[in-house]
Design a protein around this ligand. Structure first.
Ligand code: ASP
Ligand code: MG
Length: 405
């Protein structure tokens, strides 16, 4: 007998038929004698629909009211899921995030969980009831409703699993687990049996979106082992956990591609102390997240100049362009160009710590395929390259083929 936290995402509860399927699965676990806490998302499309309604009223609604509005999505699902369980004779009760004791800071629309006192959860479990908790929401100590950022139901599940010391945490979604690459792009991609937190984080940062990033960070911090699996079948999923020695035997765990990137190059930047600080502070002030940065060796007679390139999320490109243009008079660079036709290809694996040559092999594969490398960045367990967008998928398949078959 174990305490199990199960989380079902928007697709898994996308209509009443699927909610009934979720109830049937929960009932099967309960019949084994397990205690269940079930976290659900809003039905797929509901959160987006609510955001659209708000924008029809005003372009920038207050974040407090956005939280009030968006929290209703999950509240619909918890009630329907509890009903679906009751309909098949399983005692169940739903709780909002606040009722489940999830206390957050006051940063509306992206609140952080401060602590969880799941008194009502424990009390209901003791009566033998399945407890259904609304994902993605909490409340401030003052009683204001907050939400945890898009995809935040994952975080609710992981945090509850930690607080309840659950024996098992299962994240049910519309894919079978974490793959060596996006199976829609790479036909030979395989489902992984296990992956380390750090690998999952690097892959997510590289554009593979299986789960909310913050929830994986939280799981790592609190050592919550969890399984990502499909709600559409009974196949075992992927276990996400702290890395073990044997995980290093595999050099590359997965590859991914991020096509949502753009590049800015500032040409002829005076090469003197403070210039980079000035540029990137201005970008940070505009809340623009920078990913890779490359600075060339300086050139030019007399006062040396250099070229500076950086990448960022495509939607931020216009904003970044304005920031850079505004700095022209002050800094006195020669020119600035932008390029949206890029992709960031990454390969990730904790095995890279103990095996050498992975980057060289990747570059050779790309060279063989006639793919030019525009920028390179690495971490201990990741190599990323910026390449031509048009060659992105082809390059992804070639690198996957070379390392993962
Ligand atoms: N319903 C929220 C969203 O769509 C939270 C979640 O699904 O995890 O972002
Ligand atoms: Mg979701």
């Amino acid at each position: 007998m174990a305490l199990i936290v199960q989380k079902f995402g928007g697709t898994s509860v996308g209509n009443t038929e699927r909610i009934k399927n979720v109830a049937a699965r929960v009932a099967r676990y309960r019949a084994r004698g397990d205690s269940l806490v079930v976290v659900v998302s809003a039905m797929s499309g509901v959160t987006d629909g609510l955001i659209k309604l708000a924008k029809e009223i005003m372009p920038l609604p207050s974040e407090r009211e956005m939280d009030m509005l968006l929290a209703t999505g999950e509240q619909t699902t918890i009630a329907l899921t509890a009903m679906a369980l009751q309909a098949i004779g399983v005692p169940a009760a739903s709780l909002t995030g606040a009722q489940a004791g999830i206390v957050t800071d006051g940063v509306h629309t992206k609140a952080k969980i401060k602590n969880i006192t799941p008194k009502q959860v424990h009390a209901l479990l003791e009566t033998g009831s399945v407890v259904i908790v609304a994902g993605f929401q909490g409340q401030t100590p003052e009683g204001q409703i907050t939400t945890l950022g898009r995809g935040g139901s994952d975080l609710t599940a992981i945090a509850l699993a930690a607080a309840l010391k659950a024996g098992l945490c299962q994240i049910y979604t519309d894919v079978d687990g974490v793959y060596t690459a996006d199976p829609r792009l790479v036909l030979t991609a395989r489902k992984l049996d296990e992956i380390a937190y750090d690998e999952m984080l690097e892959l997510a940062g590289a554009g593979a979106k299986v789960m909310q990033l913050r929830s994986v960070e939280f799981a790592k911090k609190f050592g919550v082992v969890f399984e990502v699996r499909s709600s559409m079948n009974d196949n075992p999923g992927t276990i996400v956990k702290e890395e073990t020695k044997s995980m290093e035997d595999v050099v590359i765990r997965g590859v991914s591609i991020d096509k949502n990137q753009a590049k800015v190059t500032v040409v002829g930047v005076p090469d003197r102390p403070g210039v980079a600080a000035r540029i990137f502070q201005a970008l940070a002030d505009a809340a623009i997240n920078i990913d890779m940065i490359v600075q060339n060796v300086s050139h030019g007679e007399g006062a040396p100049v250099t070229d500076l390139s950086f990448t960022l999320d495509k939607p931020d490109l216009l904003k970044a362009r304005k920031v850079i243009d505004a700095l022209k008079g002050e800094i006195g660079y020669r020119d600035a160009t932008t390029n949206e036709a890029i992709a960031k290809l990454s390969m990730v694996g904790v095995g890279m710590r103990s095996h050498s040559g992975a980057a060289a092999k990747m570059f050779a594969v790309l060279a063989n395929e006639g793919v030019n490398i525009d920028m390179i960045s690495t971490s201990e367990i990741k190599v990323s390259v910026v390449i031509d967008l048009a060659k992105g998928d082809h390059a992804l398949r070639a690198v996957h083929g070379a390392f993962l078959g």
